[in-house]
Design a protein around this ligand. Structure first.
Ligand code: SDX
Length: 384
């Protein structure tokens, strides 16, 4: 028996069960904890443990988890060599950082002793390894792009730094201020998990064939790259740069928006399939990003003011709210992070959610194989 689903883009379709996350207009909850509570009171490492291991860590569990992550940060030589080789392709535009981190995860799969094992223990070990290595991939990649020596290739960073701080350190060679560490940490918490979004659903479809975790994460990275999904944080900042340039040339934000509306242009970082009245995460990140902008200076504040005007016009004229990617773009820009690394940083967080879902899928698996409604040619003969 088949049930026809005609909702384009599967809008409103409940495609399975999960105990990891609940996404509603009224609340966003990770394993029973509300997102504002986590952003205010937890660290990314605690949230990643919560997602991957399934419960809030006690002090000993958290210390052990941190040690495991630190011990797994360094990249194997073939991945470092790949990053050095691919560097020039980034400059020429044929390779994008999201493609590179996806390829690195595939290479890591080829080298992981557990890669062909889907047992809960093997999956847990792989989750931690992939999570630990993602910031190192981004950092080393940025070093290659910047033409500098790779920072801490033997250790994958500074063992005393958190996931968030080490990511920034690996990219720049400078240990971040407590303020920037906090902003990065909270952004990683906000990005960590979001039920059956496109990339997570991709990872579950792959895992549902009993394929392996590195493959499922690589597929999820490919899905996250698109500007309708995670790629929107980069696209939102590129759009803001365009608005800034038009204001600098004597235009107004209102004129830019009127033109965008007339052209039926999609405004990046706005709208959401579930949150029609606003994204819980956007306000949290906006407040932190604005504070960082105020500490940085007038140019940074001016960028936020343009962003706020864009938000006001979108809300007043279209009734459409920003999603988390809109404040993320401005916030990472103020922090001096290169725009093409915004979505890879999303990866460095969302791996925790993907891995939790891959493990949940493997633990109670059934192949995910929906039907299609055929709308093609009627039956005809090859040789009429
Ligand atoms: C993420 O789902 C998740 O969980 C994802 C995510 C996560 O944590 O994993 O939250 C992260 O991916 C956030 C989304 C990032 N994408 C963008 O910011 C790209 C811009 N946004 C849109 O393209 C859009 O809003 C989507 C893709 C986010 C949602 O698409 P839907 O649900 O298919 O909605 P739609 O495109 O059908 O829009 C409905 C209406 C349309 O107008 P009408 O045709 O009905 O007149 O709203 C309009 C759209 O044109 N609209 C927009 C708009 N978003 C919706 N118009 C202009 N700009 C926009 N951004």
């Amino acid at each position: 028996m088949s049930t026809a689903v005609t909702a384009k883009g599967l809008e409103g379709v409940v495609a399975g069960e999960t105990s990891i996350c609940r996404v509603e207009q009224t609340s966003l909850i990770y394993r029973g904890y509300e997102i504002a509570d986590l952003a205010a009171n937890a660290t990314f490492e605690q949230v990643a443990f919560l997602l991957i291991e399934g419960h809030k860590p006690d002090d000993a569990e958290l210390a052990r988890f941190r040690d495991e992550l630190v011990a797994n940060r360094a990249l194997p030589t073939p991945v470092i060599e790949f990053l050095k080789t691919i560097g020039p392709m980034i400059q020429s535009g044929s390779a994008a950082p999201m493609d590179i981190i996806r390829t690195c995860v595939s290479i890591l799969g080829n080298l992981d002793p557990d890669s062909q094992h889907n047992s809960p223990d093997a999956n847990l070990r792989k989750s931690k390894r992939i999570l630990a290595k993602a910031p190192t991939i981004i950092g080393h990649m940025q070093n290659v792009i910047d033409g500098r020596d790779i920072i801490a290739p033997g250790t994958g960073g500074d063992a005393n730094l958190s996931h968030a701080a080490n990511l920034l350190y690996l990219m720049t060679g400078t240990r971040p201020s407590p303020e920037y560490e906090k902003v990065m940490d909270v952004s990683l918490i906000l990005y960590a998990e979001h039920d059956f979004n496109a990339s997570t659903f991709t990872s579950r479809v792959i895992a549902g064939t009993l394929s392996d975790m590195h493959g499922a994460v690589a597929g999820a990275i490919a899905a996250l790259k698109g500007p309708l999904h995670g790629g929107a944080n980069e696209a939102a900042m590129e759009m803001l740069k365009e608005i800034q340039a038009s204001v600098a040339a004597g235009g107004t934000v209102q004129a830019f928006m009127d033109n965008a509306f007339a052209q039926k242009r999609k405004l990046m970082g706005f709208g959401h399939r579930v949150y029609k009245q606003g994204d819980h995460r956007a306000g949290i990140l906006h407040a932190l990003g604005r504070k960082a902008a105020e500490s940085k200076g007038p140019d940074a504040v001016a960028l936020f003011e343009i962003g706020e005007e864009v938000q006001r016009i979108m809300q007043d004229q279209k009734g459409i709210f920003p999603n988390v990617d809109f404040p993320c773009g401005m916030t990472y820009f103020v922090m001096g992070i290169p725009v093409p690394q915004y979505t890879p940083i999303f990866v460095a967080s969302r791996i925790s959610g993907w891995c939790a879902h891959i493990m949940e899928q493997h633990a109670n698996n059934r192949l995910i194989r929906p039907r299609a409604s055929y709308i093609g040619q009627d039956l005809r003969q090859w040789n009429p």
